[in-house]
Design a protein around this ligand. Structure first.
Ligand code: M1P
Length: 247
């Protein structure tokens, strides 16, 4: 590890960047990341909670990455140690949370979509994850919903209603995956994790949803990062190879 570039970190989104969406990392990519870590400090910043990110990146996640930021960094680990946790419950308070959850569940109840399953709202440490179909759907149902949503705009419409209704709460709505969207206070997007990276002068961020509205947009465009848009895990590896391993 002594040869690692000082002051430089490579920070990665998960879905679409290190793995296919909600899929497990390939052995080839896992080995690539381990090789990369020999030359540069590495971190991950995902929108998902730690349970899901661990399912995707493997049980050795805390050994494979120097920094693990789940829920955009609202839960932060360095070298396997918890270094920070943000609480949506403390921030909003139960009354406002209840107001939001009640309205959202009513909205979903009235929604006429082909199928519904269970777990329509997942309560996380620093955010709510809202899914019109329900997070308990199967992989096939998930893929079908994503296609259906592209045509019928179920999530964008729902987000615009919620944004207006809860304008007083100053929330951000982020559609980062296939079946759901994340809800959190302004500023709790992926740039949140940068507060833990003051010691780095060069923060390379790699993500696939770097366009406006995507959940990598803010960190990609941050003055603190050098942003890299990728199209797949293979592309991530290729870009890292030329940036960090070939010179
Ligand atoms: O990492 C992107 C998103 O992944 C999941 O989205 P979905 O289940 O809709 O595919 C969620 O964990 C979401 O919170 C996260 O932003």
């Amino acid at each position: 590890m002594a040869a690692r570039k000082p002051g430089v970190i490579a920070l990665f989104d998960v879905d679409g960047t290190l793995t296919a969406p909600r899929k497990v990392i390939t052995l080839q990519m896992l080995e690539f990341m381990r090789d990369l870590r020999e030359v540069v400090t590495v971190g991950v910043v995902g929108g998902s909670d730690l349970v899901k990110i661990t399912e995707q990146l493997g049980k050795t996640i805390m050994n494979d990455y120097d920094y693990v930021f789940s829920e955009n960094g609202l839960l932060a680990h360095k070298n396997g140690e918890l270094i920070g946790r943000q609480s949506l419950k403390s921030f909003l308070g139960d009354d406002r949370l209840k107001e939001f959850i009640n309205f959202t569940l009513h909205y979903i109840a009235d929604l006429d979509i082909p199928i519904k399953r269970g777990t329509f709202i997942e309560f996380r440490s620093g955010m709510l994850n809202v899914s019109p179909i329900g997070r308990n759907c199967s992989q096939e149902e998930r893929d079908e919903f994503e296609k259906y949503d592209k045509v019928h705009n179920i999530r964008p419409q729902m987000v615009s209603v919620l944004r207006e209704k809860f304008a007083h709460m100053d929330l951000t709505f982020s559609i980062g995956g296939q079946i759901s969207f994340d809800v959190f206070p302004q500023g709790w997007d992926k740039t949140y994790c940068l507060k833990y990276l003051d010691e780095f002068q060069e923060i390379h961020f790699f993500g696939d949803k770097t366009y406006k509205g995507g959940n990598d947009y803010e960190i990609y465009g941050s003055e603190r990062t050098i942003g890299h848009t990728v199209t797949s895990p293979d592309d991530t590896a290729a870009q890292c190879r030329s940036l960090f391993l070939e010179n």
